[in-house]
Design a protein around this ligand. Sequence first.
Ligand code: KIV
Length: 285
Amino acid sequence: MPQRKKIRVQTFLEKKQANEKIVAVTAYDYPTAILVDEAGVDMVLVGDSVGNVVLGYDSTLPVTMEEMRHHLRAVRRGIKNAFLVADMPFMSYQSSVAQAIENAGLFLKDGAEAVKLEGGTGTIVQIVKALVDVGIPVVGHLGFTPQWIHQFGGVRFRGRKSDEAKRLVEMAIALQDSGCFAIVLELVPEDLAVIITEKLSIPTIGIGSGPHCDGQILVLHDLIGMLPGWSPRHAKRYAQVGELIRHSVEIYAQEVREGKFPTSEYTIKMPPEELERLKQLLQRF
Ligand code: KIV
């Protein structure tokens, strides 16, 4: 395998300037962290989507700092070259600048190289500024931001109408000015993503926002087809890993029930003389 370079915060700006696409994906545990890192992605996000795709919650709102830190530390142990970002969960940063700094600081102590937080209102911009001011790199997140689901009234594209689109452009500029080094654009129309991408000097990383962002991110479990049933329209399935797991376990179960597993290649025997001696020893009881 060719030697890869460690991705650093500056790499993202360099890639935008060189017109090279940024590849990002989520991961939530040690084995998938190893795999996505070996696959050569630029950025790994320990997303609060862990709530939906790993913990079985119906939104990201219940995810806690403790849960995020547990998954972050596992992912950290599996990553060598990719740049590691952790999502700040709902209500871990919104209450005050002090709360945001304390919690983002815990993530950096756990091995994250940046944090991501959602929204671009005045309060969020102030929090981003404060984090950057104390040396914590920040990725912004605009468009459909899952922690705002109740405010938005459901999962839907943001910025279809010109007024809302203008507001998103303004928020993107405000986040850039406050020090974000990249912005995730989730579920915005692709023509709006083009406008934001052209207006910013920092890279945009799209999810469901068309091909013209500076990079793309997908939730790993959507990309590999881990969960049965529905998957979001924007998420291309590159494999059917869930089906593979289910099928493997079905065959295993069948073989156990039929006495076909384990065969001699999966077990060992005692040396014959030791077995003989054991039988003699047991005769004494
Ligand atoms: O939590 C997450 O997985 C995310 C992506 C959708 C970007 O924030």
